[in-house]
Write a protein that binds this ligand. Sequence first.
Ligand code: SF4
Length: 691
Amino acid sequence: MPDVRTVATHCPYCALQCGTRLTRERRGVSVRPTDFPVNRGGLCQKGWTAPSLLDVADRLRHPMVRRDGELVPVSWDIALDTIATGLDRIRAERGPDAIGVFGGGGLTNEKAYLLGKFARLALGTSQIDYNGRFCMSSAAAAGNAAFGVDRGLPFPVTDLGGADVVLLAGANPAETMPPLMQHLRSPELIVIDPRRTATAEQAALHLQPLPGTDLALALGLLHIAVVDGRSDTGYIAERTGGFESAWQRAMSWWPERVERVTGVPVSEQRQAVRMLAEAGSAYVLTGRGAEQHSKGVDTVSGFINLALALGLPGRPGGGYGCLTGQGNGQGGREHGQKADQLPGYRMITDQAAREHVAEVWGVPPEELPGPGRSAYELLDALGTEDGPSALLVFGSNPVVSAPNAAHVTDRLKALDLLVVADFVPSETTELADVVLPVTQWAEEEGTMTNLEGRVLRRRGLQVPPGHARSDLEVLHGIATRLGEPGHRYPTRPREVFEELRRASAGGKADYSGISYERLDAGEALHWPCPDGEHPGTPRLFLDGFAHADGRARFVPVEHREAGDVPAEVFPLTATTGRVLAQYQSGAQTRRVAELNEAAPEAFVEVHPDTAARAGLAEGARARVTSPRGSTVATVRLVPTMRTDTVFLPFHFPGDGRANLLTSDALDPRSRMPEFKVSAVRLEPEREVVAP
Ligand code: SF4
């Protein structure tokens, strides 16, 4: 890919995928926002500073192999030969499932697709999953159950601007995707969040439940809607099924009981339902706050049930949606890097799906492995008798981002072979046996799928530095050394996308009508887009839901306690999340001076009374301890915090990792970890007490 002077592309970070134009100037690369519909000329601080990523001082430029305990630069041939020799040996000794693959929600569609194919064919392993399991899998499971398909927003972001009321449950876009807020200026906002976030500050109504009780609140809101006669009985009868069974569960969630469990006053519950029901146009949106629980799927289902009872989904000017997190959180879960899925959002256990994909790949269907372990379960099994002894990581930093982080770090250390492909050093590359320097955002071509299911072109501005290669070339290099025919692993993104189109044809996420040519011509293509003449589908469900009978489903759900319940030794609840100036594990944003200056270190938000009881003042160093371990953070006194709750951002490394606290409790269906609830105690840093 040659250098060009200027290019239209998208921000490398979150799922909003703001439109940008990059220009190479004498002083370096400059960025400016474009009038793309999601950002309309806006960018957040991360987007404005993204070009800094292109010349970070410690950019990975050479492949490295660990020798005598040190990572030393080597040629690509030596690095790839080392990997292939190790994988061959491990596979011969322990079988293909002794090799694991861990992908990322920031990978392009082409990379995610080829990674899934590489794992199933070149390695023959079932053990592939990705960090999107930590991010959106609960909303995906709930969306599939209710609507028969999962697309973050089944309508364009721009529709939100015409709403009268928007309920945001566990989402803080004012910090996580600020340009989205311009679409939320005119609707009245109802925000459900244990913290008074920047988004809650702008809300007409802020409900502040105890972390882990959002499901009780969703049940209570449904209860009020029905009892107060505010449900849409005509819509329920015509467009849905299963209302009675869902109502049987919600029936006992009287507002007073909900107040006792959640702490949200009855009057505020009633006001929320009144606002939604009386709005001419209303949307219910969920985010990680609703999802990252051991009951995350049920919690999201609870909010979808509320939206259905009010007659919102599948109507012009109304709906339910989920605000996707990672840059390609949507596309990343559609093309086969998830343990239970094949391209086109097909299930790997579905025989017809296996036959279709196997035909595209040119192999018999029985050659495809079955479903593997979910992300945390895969990490938990590393180095154990039954688990993988080799792991290949692409675009992820699980040492910081995985729950129960100290345990996960130990598991990674127990591997015989850890290979990490990334473009900057991370806490996970520090443990690797082989590190592969790969291209990043402005150095590569490809496609991403944003939170509204719109497929976007990522375009390259300049060649990568040093010896960095694209992930596609890496997969080709390993696969051919393992004896695979090279043509199965194309290195040109366009070629991979052409194959992805065929593999996705007829699936839920059908990309077969989308092409680079159409995208480059400026067409706005939302999947499904089943042929080259199809205009794409910006709005799903207007004519019916994706279940065979065209109806949406209420899903009966019941509140239950979190995996951790605060008690004497650990009396507080810690919840984790993001801040504006950092992104995910921080491996990228901690290297950008302006962002690091804005958010330089781990902190813990605490109510002043709670801090005083623990003997802590503003700026003090606090130790926060859960049954898993402890983390150290600087105290920020926040009078709007609940006195029983503390908040820690999860972007920071070392002993500031918030995920040293989080547990291995998983949702039984989505297998999403419970990042939002950990029982903790708070004390000055010096008082070190074993957990
Ligand atoms: Fe980038 Fe997301 Fe910020 Fe837009 S909102 S500039 S996509 S990080």
